[in-house]
Design a protein around this ligand. Sequence first.
Ligand code: GLA
Length: 401
Amino acid sequence: MSSVAVLTTALESSFRGRFGGAGEARIALAPGRVNLIGEHTDYNDGWVLPMAIERYVGLAYRPRPDCRIVAHARAFEETVELDLVSPAGDCEASWKAYVAGMAWTMVAAGLELTGIDCVIDGDVPLGAGLASSAALEMATARALCDAADIDWSPRRMARLGQEAETRWVGVACGVMDQLTSACGQPGSALLLDCRSRRTEPVPLPDEAAVVVMDTGARRTLAGSAYNERRASCQRAVRGLRRLDPEVAALRDVDRKLLEAARDSLDDLTFRRALHVVEENLRPVAMAAALRDGDLELAGRLMNDSHGSLRDLYEVSGPELDRMTGLARNHPACYGARLTGAGFGGCGVALVAADQAEIFAEDVRRSYVAESGLPAELFTCRAVGGARLHGNALGAAPAPKA
Ligand code: GLA
C-alpha cells in the first residue's frame, strides 16, 4: 500500500470509530515541503526554492449543520471543540492553535464557513523543519472550503495561513511553507518570489535525487529564536534606510549597500543581514543550475548556504552540522544543507539518483554511530499542492448531492 493509502485508510477508520457513518467522510490532504535553498529569505521579501513532498497531513471530515468544529488529532489522542464565530483569545501553541487559527482567520477574512467534525493525522514528521504546521493549516483550509462550497484559492489560503500562524501561534513566519503546501507542482521545485508571490516550476533533473535527512533532534519554532532573527532583519532595514530610503526589505539590499552601512549596524545585525543578502541570490542561481543540469554548481550553492546559516545566521547546531558534513563527504553527494528554520530538524542533500539508496544507508549508519540519535533518511519526489483525496489534479470536486 502507498503511504497515502495507509494514511487515508487510517483516517477513514478513525473517523468512523469516532463520528460514525464513515461512508460520508471526505478527506483533504496537504503536503509538507523541503526547501532546497533560500533560507530565512521569505520574510525578507526574497526568493526561495522549495518543493512539496509526498508526506501529508490529512483531515477526514464531514460538514456539521452548525458553526462548531470538533477536531480529533490521532497523533496526540486529543480532541478540541471550537466555535467559528467566537475566537477564544489566546490558544496554546499546539496543533489546536493551527486548526482554530486557520478557521478564525478565514472567518475574519469574510468567508462563510460551516462547522465540521474531523479527524487529523499525517506522516510529516513534527517539528522537523518539513512544514508540518503549514500542511495542517492548508489541509484545514482545504476541508473548510469544501465543506462550505467555497472555491479553492491556493494563494489566498496560503496568505491566510501565514496570517493565522502569526496571529494565533505567535510565529512571525514568512509565506514559503503555506504557498508550497498549497501550490506544489508534481516533479518540480518552485522558484518563489515572496514579494510578488509568483511561483515558477523548476523541473528536477532525472539524474538528481533529493534526500531528506532527519537528524532526530527537535526544537519548536514557536521559540523566541525565530522571531529574534526576524527582528534583526527589521533592525538592519531601519539602519539601511538611513542610506537609502527606498529600502523596504533586505530583498532590496546588495552587498555594496550593506558594506556602506557597516559602521551604522552592530556586528550581529550586520552578520544576520549579510546572510540574507547573499542567500537571496542563491535560489535563482540554483534554479538556473538545475535547468542547465549543472548539479555540481547546484550542490556548491547548497554547501555555501549551509555555511552561511551556520556562521552568520547561527541557526544550525551540532546535529545538523554533523549530518550535512557526513553527507558532503559521501561520493554520491553534490551538496547538503539544513532545511527549514534550523535549530534541529532536517537537512537536505542533492545526490546522484542512481546512488541515492546507498547514500541514505551509508550516511544514516555513520550518523547513528556518531550521534547515538535515531535518524531517518528518505528520497523524496515533488508532488502537487493541497487537494481532496481521490482528486489528484486538485480540480473542483463533484457537486454535492
Ligand atoms: C520556517 C518558516 C518559513 C521560513 C523558514 C526559514 O519554515 O515557517 O516561513 O522562514 O522557517 O527559511
